[in-house]
Design a protein around this ligand. Structure first.
Ligand SMILES: Cc1cc2nc3c(=O)[nH]c(=O)nc-3n(C[C@H](O)[C@H](O)[C@H](O)COP(=O)(O)O)c2cc1C
Length: 190
């Protein structure tokens, strides 16, 4: 089995972000078959279609698109902002989806994890993201779902997962994703 490279996008720029801590926990618990890497998206200029249409995309967009193309799959780890997807993550998705016909997303497997201090675990953001992934032709893992609430209790002072229950869930999740990547990578090659 060849190791698959997974790009991880975090929908929060906050220094103490629970979602970034979750992205790191997923990385630490990933099986050998996956190599996770967080791709920073905070410096991407806001998407403006004119810049693509006029053939002068910002270098940050071009570098981002080239980098993302080299990955085998995607993990989106995000908070919910006003019951939807934070702008920084939606912008990264939009930048990667254009110019028309040159999307960097299509056909590669993905999964969505939402983390919130609230009780419903970012369900709204999670499903709005899934809606975009359908359009972008990213097969998004169906199960297990990950709407992770009460985030303030999940991490210790060092940012590590604080108890066995959440550690077991995150380990199961990332192993299920490894299987999802394997299945969808095989079907993509046929
Ligand atoms: C603009 C804004 C809107 C928010 N809207 C929601 C929301 O709709 N649902 C929710 O559960 N939390 C909401 N929150 C609270 C975030 O879940 C909380 O700040 C969380 O810690 C952000 O994730 P992070 O820790 O990864 O930065 C919102 C926060 C901000 C800044």
């Amino acid at each position: 089995m060849t190791q698959k490279k997974i790009a991880v996008f975090v929908g929060s720029l906050r220094k103490e972000s629970f979602n970034r801590k979750m992205a790191k926990a997923l990385t630490a618990l990933a099986p050998e078959s996956l190599k996770l890497e967080i791709i920073e998206i905070g410096g991407l200029p806001l998407y403006d279609q004119d810049l693509d249409d006029e053939g002068r995309p910002p270098s940050a967009w071009t570098a981002f698109r080239e980098r993302v193309k080299s990955f085998d799959g995607f993990l989106l780890v995000t908070p919910e902002y006003n019951r939807s997807v934070p702008g920084v993550l939606k912008n990264a998705i939009d930048v990667g989806s254009r110019p028309y016909g040159k999307s960097v997303w299509g056909g590669k497997p993905g999964a969505v994890i939402s983390v919130s201090p609230g009780a419903i675990g970012g369900f709204g953001a999670n499903h709005h993201l899934r809606q975009s992934l359908v359009f972008l032709n990213v097969p998004a893992m169906q199960q297990p779902e990950a709407y992770i609430g009460s985030a303030a209790n999940l991490f210790d002072e060092s940012g590590n997962l604080a108890n066995d229950s959440i550690r077991d869930f995150v380990a199961k999740y990332i192993h299920a994703f490894a299987a999802w990547v394997e299945i969808n990578t095989c079907s993509r090659k046929q």
